[in-house]
Design a protein around this ligand. Structure first.
Ligand SMILES: [Zn+2]
Length: 311
């Protein structure tokens, strides 16, 4: 098995103590020394768990350190080991998980779980800050059905481009690499082009379909090739251009929405698509990017450093 399984995960992060220790290690400085600048004892050697508290104490300078401070776990009544397992479930699932599923499995209130999952998605967003250099990307746009609050059941919604019922998403998908999904108000060139300029450097080769909004990419300095889907052609025989990876990534995203998230409000959609972008980008990692995600928390020295300055 090339990927981490649930039993292996449970063995590693099964107990509360193990999770707190892991969290401390994910968030300590690169040198692994005590956060007290006058102490500088090795955390590995001198930090011991404090009984009855979610904290560690340095046996040399007696500093108390709470590994959950300043993270999404702070002030949560859910156990850290449950948080860890729920996050792992989010990562290894192919079609996303719904808040109701977690509510039924653990018995937490639906609102609590809903909020937890969105906090994790917010953390994923901080993690998805990639540089695309000298790569091949496929850019495509698609529409997903979003919440219909405020419209009657018989409102004559149209389908596809420009429908009130659907929200547009721009996908920037690197071949065998990372993905970015951006929620956009419409699919006109004035909306799409600034997003591409912001996210894609000019050293990148871009493949798109023949939607007119992409016409000006060449004049902006990008290497750009199109595939003409209206000619029933999926790979351009001259340039090798295709948007098949993008179509695949979008179809996975839509399966999450149709299958698990069910009713997505347009306002929260960006948060949801970050989750799928994260899963897509780290799909080749042994632990589906769990450790990468855990290292996205601000380092503990940020939390304990500021207090020290104020004192
Ligand atoms: Zn110390």
């Amino acid at each position: 098995m090339h990927y981490m399984t649930v039993p292996i995960f449970k063995k590693k992060y099964g107990s509360e103590a193990a999770c707190l220790k892991a969290l401390l290690e994910f968030r300590m400085n690169g040198d692994g020394l005590c956060f007290n600048p006058l102490c500088k004892a090795s955390i590995d050697k001198y930090y011991h768990p404090l009984k009855g508290r979610k904290a560690f104490i340095c046996s040399r300078c007696l500093k108390h350190v709470y590994p959950m401070a300043g993270s999404i776990f702070d002030h949560s009544h859910i156990k850290v080991s449950d948080w860890f397992y729920i996050i792992f479930k989010m990562l290894y699932s192919r079609n996303g998980i719904s808040a109701n599923e977690i509510h039924r499995e653990f018995g937490f209130a639906y609102r609590t779980v809903f909020k937890m999952l969105h906090q994790v998605r917010g953390l994923m967003m901080d993690c998805l800050d990639f540089e695309l250099a000298n790569s091949v990307v496929e850019i495509d746009e698609s529409y997903v059905l979003t919440g219909n609050k405020g419209y009657g059941r018989h409102f004559p919604f149209t389908r596809g481009r420009g429908s009130l019922r659907s929200t547009s998403i721009l996908g920037i998908i690197e071949r065998r690499g990372i993905a970015k999904f951006i929620v956009i108000p419409d699919t006109s060139a004035t909306t799409i082009i600034p997003e591409i300029i912001k996210n894609v450097p000019t050293s990148t080769l871009i493949y798109t379909d023949s939607w007119g909004a992409y016409n000006q990419l060449k004049s902006l300095g990008y290497k750009h090739a199109m595939v003409n889907h209206s000619k029933y052609e999926w790979v351009d025989s001259n340039t090798g251009a295709s948007t098949n990876s993008a179509e695949g990534a979008f179809s996975n995203l839509k399966r999450c929405i149709v299958g698990s998230w069910r009713n997505v409000s347009p306002g929260k959609l960006q948060n949801y698509v970050h989750e799928q972008a994260f899963r897509h980008s780290y799909r080749f990692e042994y632990d589906y990017g769990f450790e990468i995600l855990m290292r996205c928390f601000p380092p503990l020295s940020d939390v304990y450093g500021e207090k020290r300055k104020a004192a």
